[in-house]
Design a binder for this molecule. Structure first.
Ligand SMILES: *Cc1c(COP(=O)(O)O)cnc(C)c1O
Length: 413
């Protein structure tokens, strides 16, 4: 690595991207002195999300992880219980199961969506029940924004009468046939962590079609205080509500959410165009496909690099080539059943998630990437694949992929 290369500013995988109106909402919070884990901005952010999702009630909380914890508590998960969870995910999908003394049982992915495989889900349910343990919940994940096969998962869950908690932390704005991710399950969760498609720096939400569950979540998240003038508690509470100041950021971010989705989708188009130019050189890189009727927010663009189809070039070599130019990329999530902390947890699958991990690279996907950033990224990628590509005609029409164009492209949905 030369110093000159290192002098270039770092290109991040997915960095926060403010829209401009956030500070005005934050000022409102300050001027009204609602510097508290409740207040008008919290109510407003919940209303904005509810309207955006088009159905269900929403409670905003301090993190997406807290939202999963609350969902499991609301379903009555107890020590010794089992919960089925997608293996290919971030650890936050599974950790709250352990907070409750329950055991996660991991389910493999399917090749098309990269998410929970309905066949392995059915196999896991049948086998756990045969062993005398009916799972208390199922946690599918919409990885990198791509919706899981919710039709099949809900059909199977319904047949076995097991509730579904949808981890939509990465999928705000994604849809299946016009229905938003987060609204399919008995409960859904969202995250507004700094790296997500919109952010409150840290934050999350619980979504449900049941108003009663959401009211109960708000109660539990604010220390489970009974209705009395003194502090009276008949249940264990949690301090999980979102700050009014952070909710103000969220309200500003909601105003640009659709633009953020359009920009992330255009990142994907840029990468797809770029890698298409590499097919002429005998490389074959695969993307996360978007099945008919599916709409992904393309939070992160990930590629699958089978070394056998790419002259021995590995995902790690691509990552290192980008790192050499001070560009952040990452391997795909390491499956939970391969994590030391979950060694010994039951797993149902055939190793598809392992392959997706081994061959996967998450490419820089921020909604604030510039044309110059893409030039640097493509140059670094070139160095991993082709030593001397002359007359590189890499397409760089990012500006062409405006919100309107994206809307036109997807007008059938
Ligand atoms: C980010 C994330 C979470 C956790 O959200 P936090 O707000 O960071 O607690 C859970 N699941 C998935 C899949 C995530 O990507």
């Amino acid at each position: 690595m030369s110093t000159r290369e290192n002098n270039q500013s770092r290109i991040w995988l997915s960095s926060p991207h403010m829209g401009g109106t956030e500070l005005a909402f934050v000022n409102d919070a300050f001027e009204s002195n609602w510097i508290a884990p409740l207040g008008p901005q919290v109510d407003g952010f919940e209303a904005d999300l509810q309207q955006y999702l088009g159905t269900g009630d929403v409670a905003v909380v301090c993190t997406g992880t807290a939202a999963i914890h609350l969902a499991l508590i609301l379903l009555g998960v107890q020590p010794g219980d089992e919960v089925l969870c997608q293996s290919l995910t971030f650890s936050a999908s599974a950790n709250p199961v352990v907070y409750l003394g329950a055991t996660p049982v991991f389910v493999d992915s399917e090749r098309e969506t990269f998410n929970m495989c309905p066949q392995f889900l059915e196999e896991a349910l049948t086998d756990r029940i045969r062993h005398g343990k009916k799972p208390r919940a199922i946690i599918p994940v919409h990885l990198y924004g791509m919706p899981a096969r919710m039709d099949d998962i809900l059909e199977i869950a319904g047949r076995f009468d097991v509730p579904v908690i949808e981890d939509a932390a990465e999928a705000l704005g994604s849809e299946i046939r016009g229905k938003k991710c987060g609204t399919f399950g008995h409960m859904g969760i969202l995250s507004f962590n700094g790296n997500k498609i919109i952010t409150t720096s840290g934050g999350g939400a619980l979504v449900s079609g049941s108003r009663e569950l959401i009211q109960k979540a708000r109660f539990l998240a604010s220390q489970a205080r009974d209705d009395a003038p003194h502090y009276q508690h008949s249940q264990t509470g949690y301090n999980y509500r979102m700050s009014n100041v952070l909710a103000a950021i969220g309200r500003g971010q909601m105003q640009v959410l659709n633009e953020r989705i359009a920009a992330r989708r255009s990142n994907y188009i840029c990468y797809k165009d770029y890698f298409e130019t590499l097919t002429a050189f005998g490389f074959q890189v695969e993307f996360q496909p978007e099945p008919e009727g599916w709409f992904s927010n393309r939070w992160i663009t990930i590629i699958q690099m089978d070394p056998q189809k790419n002259k021995g070039i590995t995902a790690e070599r691509v990552r290192l080539a980008l790192e050499g130019q001070n560009i952040e990329s990452r391997p795909v999530w390491k499956p939970m059943h391969l994590q030391p902390v979950y060694s010994g947890a039951p797993f149902y699958g055939s190793g598809i998630s392992t392959k997706l991990f081994e061959n996967g690279v998450c490419l820089p996907s921020g909604s604030n990437l510039t044309k110059d950033d893409f030039k640097r990224i493509f140059k670094a990628l070139d160095s991993a694949f082709i030593k001397n590509r002359s007359g590189n005609k890499t397409m760089l029409h990012r500006e062409d992929w405006t919100h309107d164009k994206w809307r036109d492209e997807k007008s059938d949905i």
